[in-house]
Design a protein around this ligand. Structure first.
Ligand code: SF4
Ligand code: SF4
Length: 502
């Protein structure tokens, strides 16, 4: 007889006095956790199938449900926590690589939370953002070193190189159609258009219905080249070459076959139902010179009208890699930290590979300044930018703009159950099942995204005003505005900031 060693991760608690047996939870749960037991005339649960997506808790009309972590505990042992024991059981059962979704949840330092922001007192007075102009518009791309003026002394705008103009310093990071639903993609595209910013196709190509959002779209070219054609490149405002991804540095993308329906297969130009696994390396890139060739092939194909971005995962020696990319002709460098989200990644990679984005960003900005090539590229930071405060700290560490992914999905209903790879997202986001996708209404979802980014933009202006700074450009790389708490000398040195009290 085979024994299932794996206990349920969550307990589903139902208050039977409150439950009116409406069976809404049964209808709404794609994981089939709830069912009605005719014999006992009551609702029952299969707890082992619960992923704690909170859909049933949210829709229950009588607030009868609660999900909590299973209180059952294996014998304690610091070297073998319960999670590892269960993962070993699971691998012994399946013989498979463990898969996970969303960002690295391991209890490693979150440096954003160990950095504090300055505020003006007495001298260099603060600025009231409600009454005085504050500039959060940014331009991404290579910048000229000279300021050019016309005969009348007016500054002539820098148009020598193609740039992206962002009305807010926040973009939506790469999430492919396939990994997220049509409705989620539409929500991001519409929000980016209304906000005057950009969303990113990820490596899944661009559905023809979304061509109309092209001026606010960044089209990605990844190692699998899914959906890449001349027409696709022409649609985007910029092209992003994905060399790496923070959630899974060193390996390619993975879209499980159950997410590849007819529409996704057509957009990606791959057969239906097959796993879409992009190779770890680009097979035509083994050096900075090779990368340069791809950058200029893409520029050539789009008549040098669009900036080309290069996205890398934050890893060891990231500053040296960034320096090479800045010299390779890229207009924008994207740094993706080890907490960046994903639709599917091997658990061991997600939780053990890469470095924190805060350290990577500080090291890269410093290196580019030291080498006098900071103007050659803009730096966009991604991989767990969770709030407006994280954005402000990122700008002060040297970023030109931020990408948000997980925060954007939270805005449209994600409950961070980290089960996207199962393709049964009950919130209609990380799924292609038509009945689930319908649950996400883009008419409402895009407005929530617009609200989120507007709220962050206001908060950024308030924090900048508090520092007596009135533009992102003045804040960029201004590390004097930051202090560390609880960090050792080496960490402070890499971040390039002083300790609080200094
Ligand atoms: S949704 Fe709430 S009230 Fe309805 S059956 Fe489920 S637990 Fe009971
Ligand atoms: S997108 Fe859906 S499946 Fe993925 S973490 Fe969010 S709620 Fe869970």
């Amino acid at each position: 007889m085979s024994v299932n060693y794996i206990p349920a991760v969550f307990e589903v608690l139902r208050d039977t006095d409150r439950c009116i047996k409406c069976r809404a939870c049964e209808r709404q749960c794609a994981n089939e956790v709830h069912y009605f037991d005719e014999d006992f005339d009551k609702m029952q649960v299969i707890e082992a199938q619960c992923v704690d997506c909170q859909r049933c808790v949210t829709i229950c009309p009588t607030s009868a449900l609660k999900i909590r972590k299973n209180q059952n505990e294996f014998r304690e042992g610091a070297n073998y926590p319960q999670k590892l024991i269960i993962e070993n059981y699971l691998q012994a059962q399946t013989g498979a690589v463990l898969l996970s979704s969303m960002g690295n949840p391991v209890d490693l330092p979150v440096y954003w939370d160990k950095i504090l922001i300055n505020a003006s007192q007495v001298t260099n007075p603060s600025i009231d953002p409600l009454r005085e102009p504050m500039e959060t518009k940014v331009y991404l791309g290579k910048k000229s070193l000279d300021i050019k003026r016309g005969d009348d002394g007016e500054i002539i705008p820098d148009t020598e190189y193609p740039q992206l103009e962002l009305d807010v310093p926040i973009m939506f990071s790469a999430m492919s159609y396939g990994s997220i639903s049509y409705n989620a993609h539409e929500s991001l595209a519409r929000a980016a258009t209304q906000l005057g910013t950009f969303y990113n196709t990820g490596e899944g190509g661009l559905h023809k219905d979304f061509y109309k959002y092209g001026p606010n779209t960044i089209v990605q070219v990844a190692s699998g080249r899914f959906g890449v054609s001349k027409q696709y490149l022409d649609q985007g405002a910029a092209i992003e070459i994905k060399m790496g991804q923070g959630a899974k540095p060193g390996i390619g993308g993975h879209l499980p076959g159950k997410k590849v329906n007819a529409d996704v297969s057509q957009t990606r130009m791959i057969p239906m139902g097959t796993d879409a696994i992009s190779p770890a390396p680009h097979h035509d890139i083994y050096s900075i010179e090779d990368l340069r060739q791809l950058i200029f092939s893409l520029k050539e194909a789009t008549e040098y009208k669009k900036p080309v971005m290069v996205k890398i995962a934050a890893v060891h020696n990231v500053a040296a890699i960034a320096s090479g990319i800045a010299r390779s002709g890229a207009d924008i460098l994207v740094l993706d930290g080890f907490r960046g989200g994903t639709g599917a990644a091997p658990t061991r990679i997600r939780d053990n590979v890469g470095i924190p984005i805060e350290l990577a960003l500080a090291a890269v900005d410093q290196r580019l300044r030291d080498e006098h090539i900071r103007n050659e590229v803009s730096v966009v930071v991604a991989g767990s930018v969770r709030s407006s405060a994280d954005c402000v700290k990122a700008f002060a560490l040297g970023a030109d703009a931020c990408y948000i992914g997980t925060a954007a999905l939270l805005a449209i209903g994600c409950h961070l159950c980290r089960s996207c790879h199962g393709a049964k997202c009950n919130w209609g986001i990380a799924t292609q099942r038509a009945d689930l996708v319908r649950r996400l209404n883009p008419d409402f979802a895009y407005k929530r995204l617009v609200n989120l980014v507007h709220a962050w933009d206001h908060e950024i202006k308030e924090m900048m005003g508090g520092m007596g700074i009135n533009s992102i450009e003045s804040l960029k790389g201004n590390r004097l505005m930051l202090r560390g708490v609880g960090l050792n000398d080496r960490e402070l040195e890499i971040l390039g900031i002083k300790h609080a009290g200094e």
